[in-house]
Ligand binder design. Structure first.
Ligand code: URA
Length: 504
């Protein structure tokens, strides 16, 4: 019997290394006992056979298995390590088994991955920070700011949240909160693990108890006001609301105190909201805004989504997250109906987009429109945006030559894409080219390797496809190659159009 003791319950790297060595040595799944956090005094480990030596031989597994395993490792089911290892052993013999949707073990693992993704989503949606008054460094500082904090030092305002996840998702999810609340000092306390951000460094400390997190404070008022303003009585479905916001989380959420009065006042609010929506549309038309057409399209799914999108647009217009705003004419935001089922993400506005203030209206946009039409996808039904919202260029005489955004600029702009995705929640997101793929997946990707197959987005597990950018086709010097590549692009778009029809 081989015993493997992993450092942490979500130790994917530890599991992967051990599984690889065991599989290469031909160790059967029933011969491995997986444990978490034994440490050097682990008697059980002392009794068992050592792990086989690592070999340098190639070890290939389908990419889909890796992403499945990364999610499943975070599940709370103690059998997850064994189930994954058993599937890995099968895949070594039959790589195609990853597509065997009738396999009960694969079904179970996929269910587990889905539960983990849902838990990740719940944490993002339901974590509520409470403001903690500056107390000149009492004992609480070290708990709230993590192991690296300096007791006695004066700290700026910080925010603390208490959350009880179902699975081991806190470490995996921490990056999301760092990106979203980069400028705040915060701690998220959970029973198993706490994470802390001081504006520069993410640290961990052991689990906490609910009593360690502060109770009510002024920030709650902000949440209550916010929730009241986004509450859409026309869409009120109490059952669905409970499903999306399980009662378990209600006790941590100040706004739930408002649910009963809001439901009670739903009718009057609905009437007021319809009037407000009409006024909004009037205003847009009166002011002759260039985006009136888009705004009208966006109006359809409901007043709240539009109001939120408009607020986001206003905020984005003042974006100074990276220096690209300085030479650009304007920020170019996404456009399209807010209930779009497909979101296309390009690289950045080009020269003409920068002048017009709309995405994909220049030469790449013309080609994109033509390809979409040939693929049977109606652009007017899709939301089209860019990974980077300002035009990056180098001046050459009177001309402005496109320059590729760098990793820092893409990262700085990810905030906006995340907001757009949260608002629109498209069942399918398409990255057009490498910049968009990097923005959506948070890492560099080779288009030819990932093209044309569904993938799960790291933020929320939503489905994404990657294809080439239309500008790539425009740049191809050879006419024959251009025709072939264009046909492939149309093929990708047509498959995307078909795929979205079967997504929930
Ligand atoms: N290229 C892009 O990626 N986006 C645009 O909006 C235009 C050209």
């Amino acid at each position: 019997m081989h015993a493997v003791t992993l450092d942490e319950p979500d130790d994917f790297g530890g599991w992967r290394d051990a599984a690889r060595r065991l599989a290469m040595a031909g160790v059967a799944p029933g011969e491995v006992d997986w444990r978490v956090g034994g440490g050097p005094g682990d008697l059980f480990a002392a009794d068992s056979a050592p792990l086989p030596e690592a070999s340098g031989a190639a070890f290939n597994v389908p990419r889909a298995f890796i992403s499945l395993a990364q999610s499943v490792i975070c599940h709370s089911d103690p059998e997850r390590f064994t189930l994954l290892y058993a599937l890995l052993c099968r895949l070594r013999r039959e790589p195609k088994a990853i597509e065997d949707s009738a396999d009960p073990r694969l079904q179970r693992l996929e269910r587990m991955a889905k539960e983990v993704r849902r838990d990740i989503h719940k944490m993002r949606a339901f974590v509520r920070f409470r403001e903690v008054a500056d107390d000149d460094g009492t004992a609480r500082d070290s708990l709230l700011l993590g192991p690296g904090s300096q007791p006695g030092a004066r700290h700026e305002t910080r925010f603390v949240a208490w959350f009880e996840p179902d699975h081991h998702i806190v470490r995996t999810n921490a990056g999301f909160f760092v990106r979203r609340f980069a400028g705040m000092r915060w701690s998220i306390l959970t029973p198993e693990l706490s994470v802390h951000w001081d504006g520069e460094t993410l640290t961990e400390s052991p689990g906490a108890s609910r009593a360690d997190a502060p109770e009510g404070d002024p920030v709650e008022e902000i949440w209550k006001t916010y929730y009241a303003s986004i509450f859409n009585p026309a869409r009120l479905k109490v059952g669905a609301m409970l499903k999306e916001m399980p009662k378990k989380y209600w006790k941590n959420m100040p706004e739930t105190a408002l649910v009963a009065p809001l439901i009670a006042g739903a009718r009057e609010r609905e009437v007021a909201m319809v009037a407000a929506s009409a006024r909004q549309l009037d205003r847009i038309e009166r002011e002759g805004m260039a985006r009136a057409e888009t705004a009208e399209m966006a109006m359809q799914p409901g007043g709240n989504a539009l109001a939120a999108w408009e607020a986001l647009l206003e905020e984005a217009k003042g974006c100074t997250r990276c220096p690209l705003y300085k030479p650009a004419t304007q920020m170019v935001f996404g456009e399209g109906p807010l209930d779009a089922r497909i979101m296309f993400v390009g690289e950045q506005p080009g020269d003409q987009e920068d002048l017009a203030g709309r995405p994909f209206v220049g030469p790449a946009g013309v080609l994109f429109d033509r390809a979409l039409a040939e693929a049977g996808v109606d652009r007017a039904q899709t939301y089209v945006t860019n990974a980077v919202k300002h035009f990056k260029f180098e001046p050459r005489g009177k001309r402005r030559i496109h320059a590729k955004p760098d990793a820092g600029e893409i990262e700085a702009c990810r905030w906006w894409i995340e907001q757009e995705r949260l608002l629109i929640r498209p069942p399918l997101t398409v990255a057009l080219g490498a910049t968009a793929a990097r923005s959506l997946f948070g890492k560099a990707m080779t288009i030819s390797r990932v093209r044309g197959a569904p993938m799960a987005l790291p933020d929320d597990g939503g489905e994404a496809w990657v294809t080439v950018h239309p500008s790539y086709l425009l740049r191809l010097p050879d006419e024959a190659a251009k025709r072939v590549e264009y046909a492939r692009f149309v093929g990708d778009l047509a498959r995307i159009g078909e795929r979205v029809k079967v997504l929930a």
